[in-house]
Design a protein around this ligand. Structure first.
Ligand code: NAD
Length: 467
C-alpha cells in the first residue's frame, strides 16, 4: 500500500486501532481502543492509589530513581519502537529516552517542606504543600516519551497519581514506557489509556481529575480548557509555537548555518519550539537561504531505523498534507523553493527538506505553525521591523537572535515576546528552567521547581504564636 493516506483518525479492528509506520505508510501494529466508559474505573483506581502515594515523600524519591534506572535499562527495546511509530532517527529516540530518565532523576527530590510566613503578626503561620489528586496528562506525537515524562515526573514527585493519554499516532512506546516506570511504583499510581477521541476530551473533563496537564495544538488546548472548566480542575497548557530567528547584520552566515538549519529541521521540523521563520537583513537574505539550502540538499532523508538517516518522515498523513498545502500556498503566493518544495516520490510520509525565499509575510507558512520540514527566509529593513515581525503572531513560545556581537544580540532578544529566547542557538532547554509560552502558546509554567509547584497546592495553617 505505497503512499497510503489514512484518514486522520487511525482505523480500528476488534477493540484495537492500527498504528502506522510513517516510513512506509503501512500499519505495523495496533493498540487498545479504550472507550470513555472505562475512565470512571481508571480514575477511581488513581484516586485510591493517591491515598497512600501522597503520604510518603521519601518512598517517592526512591521510586522515581528506580524508574529512571529502569527506563535507561529498557532503552534498547524502547528506541526502535519509538522510531517505528514516530519516524525519528534511532539516535534521536535514544536521546529522547535519555532525557526521559534524566527528567525522572531531576524530580526525584524531597517535596518542599513547610515554610513559615513571617509578616510581623503575632501568629505563627505556615505553608504546607499538598498534592492535588489524580492528574490527567495528555500529550502529542512529536516527543511522546519525553513529553509524557515532563508531565508525570513532577506530578508523581508532588504526590499525585497520573492517568496518561498518548496520541493515537504514538501509543506503543508510551505503553512500554509506562509498564517500565509502573514496575517501580505502587499499583494505580501511573496508568496509560490509549484510544481515539473522545477519550482525551472525556479524560480532560472527568470530575475525578484535579489537574489537566496538556501538550498539543492551540485549538485542542482550547477544547481541553473548556472541558476542564466543567470540574474547575487546574489546567496547564503547553501549546504550539511559531518561533522566529532574527539574524543580525554582523552574523557570520557560514558559521551559524548548520546550527540554524538543525534548529529548524530536527525531528523533521516537528518541534514546538523549532525555528519556524528566519528574518535576515535584506542584503544577506539570499546568502542565508543558499547556505541553509546546502544543508537541506545534503541531509540524509530516510527511515529512522536506517543507519545514517538524519531526517525521518513526517509523522502522519494529515500532517504531511498540511505541510504540502502550506508549501503549495507559499509557492502560489510568489515564494521560491531554494531547496525541496515537494513530497518525495517513495512510500511513506517523506517531504523534501524545504527552504523558501520570496514568500510574502502574510502567506500561511509564515503566519501559521507549519510543524514540518519547511522554512521560510524573510528579509527585513530595520531592526525595529524585524522585532515587530517576530512578535506579530498569536504565538509566543521561543525566539532567537544570531550575531557576532553577543551583547547587541541579547538586547534584541530582550525585546521578543515569548517564554524563552536564545542567542546564537535555539530550542535548547535546561530541565531546571521554567518553560512557559506567552499569548496563545500556553497557560501555566512547567520545568524546574515551577513544574513541581504546578502540581501542588498551598495549605496554610495559622496558630497563635504563644501556643
Ligand atoms: P493535538 O492537539 O492534535 O493532540 C494532542 C493530544 O491531544 C493528543 O493526545 C490527542 O489525541 C489529544 N486530543 C485530541 N483532541 C482532543 C480533545 N478534544 N480533548 C482532549 N485531548 C484531545 O496535537 P498534535 O498534532 O498531537 O501535536 C502537535 C502540536 O503540539 C503542535 O501544535 C506543537 O507545537 C504542539 N506541541 C507543543 C509543545 C510545547 O511544549 N509547547 C511540545 C510539543 C508539541
Amino acid at each position: 500500500m505505497p503512499n497510503c493516506r489514512p484518514c486522520r483518525a487511525p482505523h480500528t479492528r476488534g477493540g484495537r486501532f492500527t498504528v502506522i509506520d510513517p516510513a512506509t505508510g503501512e500499519a505495523f501494529d495496533d493498540a487498545p481502543d479504550q472507550q470513555p466508559g472505562e475512565l470512571d474505573a481508571v480514575v477511581g483506581r488513581a484516586h485510591e492509589a493517591w491515598r497512600s502515594w501522597r503520604t510518603d515523600p521519601a518512598a517517592r524519591v526512591t521510586a522515581l530513581l528506580a524508574a529512571a534506572d529502569a527506563v535507561e535499562a529498557a532503552g534498547a527495546g524502547l528506541a526502535p519502537l519509538l522510531t517505528r511509530e514516530q519516524g525519528k532517527p534511532l539516535a534521536e529516540s535514544y536521546a529522547e529516552i535519555a532525557r526521559t530518565a534524566a527528567r525522572l532523576r531531576h524530580f526525584a527530590e524531597p517535596a518542599p517542606g513547610p515554610r513559615p510566613i513571617t509578616d510581623g503578626r503575632p501568629v505563627r503561620s505556615e505553608i504546607r504543600w499538598r498534592s492535588l489528586g489524580p492528574v490527567a496528562a495528555i500529550v502529542p506525537w512529536n516527543f511522546p516519551l519525553q513529553l509524557a515524562s515532563a508531565k508525570f515526573a513532577p506530578a508523581l514527585a508532588a504526590g499525585n497519581t497520573v492517568v496518561l493519554k498518548p496520541s493515537p499516532f504514538t501509543p506503543l512506546a508510551t505503553r512500554l514506557l509506562a509498564s517500565v516506570v509502573s514496575a517501580a511504583l505502587p499499583e494505580g499510581v501511573l496508568t496509560v489509556v490509549t484510544g481515539r477521541e473522545p477519550l482525551g476530551s472525556r479524560l480532560a473533563s472527568h470530575p475525578g481529575i484535579r489537574h489537566v496537564t496538556f501538550t498539543g495544538s492551540v485549538p485542542t488546548g482550547r477544547a481541553v480548557a473548556e472541558g476542564a472548566a466543567a470540574s474547575l480542575a487546574r489546567v496547564t497548557l503547553e501549546l504550539g509555537g511559531n518561533d522566529a530567528a532574527i539574524l543580525l547584520d554582523d552574523v557570520e552566515v557560514e558559521r551559524i548555518a548548520e546550527r540554524l538549519f538543525w534548529a529548524a529541521f530536527r525531528n523533521c521540523g516537528q518541534v514546538c519550539m523549532a525555528v519556524k521563520r528566519v528574518y535576515a537583513p535584506a542584503r544577506l537574505c539570499s546568502s542565508v537561504a543558499e547556505a541553509l539550502a546546502q544543508y537541506a540538499k545534503s541531509a540524509v532523508v530516510g527511515a529512522g531505523l536506517d543507519p545514517g538517516t538524519r531526517l525521518g518522515p513526517v509523522n502522519n498523513a494529515a500532517q504531511l498534507a498540511r505541510v504540502e498545502h502550506l508549501t503549495a500556498q507559499a509557492l502560489a503566493d510568489g515564494g521560491r523553493p531554494v531547496a525541496g518544495g515537494h513530497r518525495l516520490d517513495r512510500p511513506g510520509y517523506f517531504f523534501a527538506p524545504t527552504i523558501l525565499a520570496d514568500v510574502p509575510s502574510d502567506s500561511p507558512v509564515v503566519t501559521e505553525e507549519q510543524f514540518g520540514p519547511v522554512l521560510p527566509v524573510l528579509p527585513y529593513g530595520s531592526l525595529d521591523e524585524a522585532v515587530e515581525a517576530a512578535n506579530d503572531t498569536c504565538y509566543g513560545l521561543g525566539g532567537s537572535v544570531w550575531g557576532t556581537d553577543v551583547d547587541r544580540a541579547e538586547a534584541v532578544a530582550d525585546r521578543l515576546e515569548c517564554g524563552t529566547a536564545w542567542i546564537n542557538h535555539h530550542a535548547e532547554l535546561s530541565l531546571a528552567q521554567p518553560f512557559a509560552g506567552v499569548k496563545e502558546s500556553g497557560v501555566g509554567v512547567a520545568g524546574g521547581p515551577w513544574g513541581l509547584y504546578g502540581n501542588l497546592r498551598p495549605f496554610v495553617v495559622h496558630r497563635p504564636r504563644e501556643v
